[in-house]
Design a protein around this ligand. Structure first.
Ligand SMILES: [Zn+2]
Length: 407
């Protein structure tokens, strides 16, 4: 990329990120915040207005502690309708789809449940159908920039699926299958990574320097975000935090070992502790956390013991994670949310009592994204790839330009 093109590319993305996180600003404020000359900001914002990426606004968001010189003028804000991003979650027998706009706000949600485990070919056919449905909508016509897809298992840095035991997929090249939808590029992400990324990306007030995330449901996925970027390890398959060993053997884990955190905090563990057995084919396992949480609220002793067992093992795992990562915050997501809400105070107290004295106690909170957290996160990964400057590398191929710009 030539120096001038690179500078424009970086500056445009800096403007979009600043405005997305602040809501809107005058050109003078942008100029000061990004240390760029007023002439440069004027030229860039005028071009971005023409391309539909920005809109003019009278509602100025003045950064705290700063005063706008002179009378308020017309500012600029991100135009939500400037571009859209598709997010897809491939679950065990469910697929969820979201469309987010250029402000990273969800504008569409779809859910499709299946009576069997979804195959790779089936999932690509469903993605194609949903994408083309959105793409034909006059509101989104020509504006869907890119997509993100999540799967519940190991994904390498280049989008190759190493192992999806939950779905029975192994050595699947999902990236190559997605070439059947040539209209937009797709990124492929582990589901916990995406949910973690979405939780941080959509909540600017939660963006601390280091976030550790656990997704508790059928399994226990993990992720860590440091300075806005996912930690991945050498190949991209790291941060499998559900497989840290607690030394308490219990059930055999999906990884083949015994003693993994996952086997004490997932839905099967809740079934064992509350129902007294492994989940059976007729059990509505996804509804179990809500059932246990409401029984617990009514004073049911069995439900309380099930919640306490989960909280005790989870706090052991979290204390280790605090000692390893020194996170500023821990976010807990996934289907276990209702149960976690019952024991959040216990978790905070137990973790605080077990970490190395003097270590910062992170804020522990429940993800606000809900059931669509993976799909939303996948869309946020696509948004980030297209518009955040942390992806810019000298001599790297430019990321996809927004569809509005190509027109
Ligand atoms: Zn394991």
């Amino acid at each position: 990329m030539a120096d001038q093109t690179l500078a424009k590319f970086v500056n445009e993305r800096s403007i979009l990120t600043l405005l997305r996180l602040n809501g809107g600003a005058s050109r003078a404020t942008i100029s000061r915040a990004l240390s760029l000359t007023p002439a440069t900001i004027s030229r860039l914002t005028s071009d971005m207005l023409k391309r539909g990426l920005l809109r003019e606004t009278l509602a100025l968001a003045v950064p705290v502690g700063e005063r706008e010189p002179g009378r308020p003028g017309i500012g600029v804000a991100v135009n939500p309708a400037g571009a859209y991003f598709l997010g897809v979650e491939i679950g065990v027998s469910v697929m969820r789809f979201v469309l987010i706009d250029l402000c990273a706000e969800v504008v569409e949600m779809r859910e499709e449940t299946l009576d069997h485990h979804v195959s790779a070919d089936e999932s690509v056919a469903a993605i194609m159908r949903i994408y083309r449905g959105f793409a034909a909508d006059p509101r989104y016509l020509g504006k869907i920039n890119s997509g993100g897809v999540t799967v519940p298992g190991l994904v390498t840095n280049d989008g190759f699926i190493v192992n999806l035991p939950i779905l029975g997929w192994r050595d699947t090249n999902l990236r190559s299958l997605l070439c059947a939808i040539p209209e937009i590029p797709f990124s492929i992400e582990n589901n916990a990574n995406a949910a973690a990324f979405g939780a941080v990306y959509t909540q600017p007030d939660t963006q601390g320097p280091c976030t550790v995330f656990l997704k508790l449901g059928t399994g226990c996925g993990g992720a860590a975000i440091v300075n806005g970027r996912l930690l991945r390890g050498a190949d991209g398959t790291g941060l499998e935090l559900g497989h840290i060993n607690l030394g308490d053997p219990g059930a055999r884990c999906s990884c083949g070992q015994k003693g993994c955190l996952e086997t004490w905090v997932n839905l099967a563990a809740l079934s064992r502790s509350y129902l007294g057995r492994e989940p059976g084919p007729g059990d509505d396992i996804a509804a179990l956390p809500a059932t246990v949480a409401s029984a617990c609220a009514e004073g049911d002793a069995v439900a309380r013991r099930a919640v306490d067992s989960l909280a005790a093992h989870l706090s052991t795992g979290l204390a280790s994670l605090v000692n390893i990562f020194n996170p500023s915050q821990i976010i807990l997501g996934g289907a276990m949310r209702p149960v976690l809400n019952c024991c959040l105070a216990d978790l905070r107290r137990d973790v605080a009592g077990r970490i190395i004295p003097g270590t910062r106690m992170p804020d522990i909170q429940i993800s606000r994204l809900g059931a669509f957290e993976c799909a939303t996160g996948a869309a946020c990964v696509a948004h980030h790839k297209a518009f955040d400057i942390s992806n810019v590398e000298i001599n790297a191929a430019p990321v996809v330009e927004p569809a509005a710009e190509q027109a």
